[in-house]
Design a protein around this ligand. Structure first.
Ligand SMILES: C[S@@+](CC[C@H](N)C(=O)[O-])C[C@H]1O[C@@H](n2cnc3c(N)ncnc32)[C@H](O)[C@@H]1O
Ligand SMILES: Nc1nc2[nH]cc(C(=O)O)c2c(=O)[nH]1
Ligand code: SF4
Ligand SMILES: [Mg+2]
Length: 221
């Protein structure tokens, strides 16, 4: 598997925000979002370590950290991802979260590992990302209670689109729903005002915590 970085940090995003996690970041992506903060990991020339699922599992075990976040790039493009998840979940105290972009079928993984120890955090890419037409809407039917849909919003138009998608697929009844700002491009207060004006109950605002703690450009945190 092509690993571009692995590190321990606090999880800055999603339902386990603020908890320690060990991160495995894989190389390469099938999208090119306008705002992507890890474009470097998607460059063909980016250096990587070739690690087997067993080697990644061994690294995770040695860290002593219970939350594992698989991210990228797009982690679901790694051909051994299923084997890695299986090996990680075989360890009794490990919880796995996968950050995925909404353009890859999540059904094979979700159906293979139904237990709460695997949670998928799936983006729905909004218009300002430039990638909305790549969204695989069949994924919406696969989401479970332990999963999350994240709308990374950079404009009021994005927020209006997010609201329509949340309604259309009854997302708040299916799973957790997060709205995040495209870091630095929309004031969080605008999101709060939008959520208030639309009475968006059961939706949670997220601000990438690691970018508040460290320099937003810092890698490996
Ligand atoms: C770098 S992506 C990797 C996983 C997968 N490719 C995806 O897009 O979900 C991890 C998360 O960071 C978010 N992200 C990337 N750039 C961002 C930015 N500038 N501001 C806020 N979130 C960002 C993505 O939307 C995604 O939710
Ligand atoms: N601290 C920290 N938390 C994160 N949660 C999700 C991340 C990601 O890049 O997918 C991330 C990240 O890059 N850093
Ligand atoms: S899908 Fe994720 S990794 Fe790929 S370009 Fe978009 S934010 Fe970056
Ligand atoms: Mg990140």
């Amino acid at each position: 598997m092509k690993v571009v970085e692995k590190f321990i940090s606090i999880n800055g995003e999603g339902r386990r925000t603020g908890e320690l996690a060990v991160f495995i970041r894989f190389k390469g992506c099938n999208l090119n979002c306008s705002y992507c903060d890890t474009k470097w990991a998607n460059e063909p020339a980016c250096d990587y370590e070739e690690l087997s699922p067993d080697e990644i599992c061994e690294y995770v075990s040695e860290t002593g950290i219970k939350n594992v976040t698989l991210t990228g790039g797009e982690p679901l493009l790694q051909k051994d991802i299923r084997s890695l998840v299986e090996k990680l979940l075989n360890k009794s105290d490990i919880r796995v979260e996968i950050e995925t972009n909404g353009a890859v079928d999540i059904a094979p993984l979700a159906n293979a590992f139904s237990k709460e120890k695997l949670s998928l955090t799936m983006d729905y890419k909004l218009p300002s990302s430039g990638c909305e037409e790549k969204m695989l809407l069949s994924n919406m039917e696969v989401l479970r209670k332990q999963d999350t849909v994240k709308f990374v919003s950079g404009s009021i138009n994005d927020l209006e689109c997010a609201e329509k998608i949340i309604e259309k697929f009854h997302l708040t009844e299916r799973c957790q729903v997060f709205i995040s700002s495209v870091f630095g491009s929309i004031e969080p207060v605008e999101i709060v005002n939008f959520m208030t004006s639309k009475r968006m109950n059961d939706v949670r605002l997220q601000i990438q915590m690691h970018k508040v703690i460290w320099n937003p450009e810092e890698r490996g945190v």
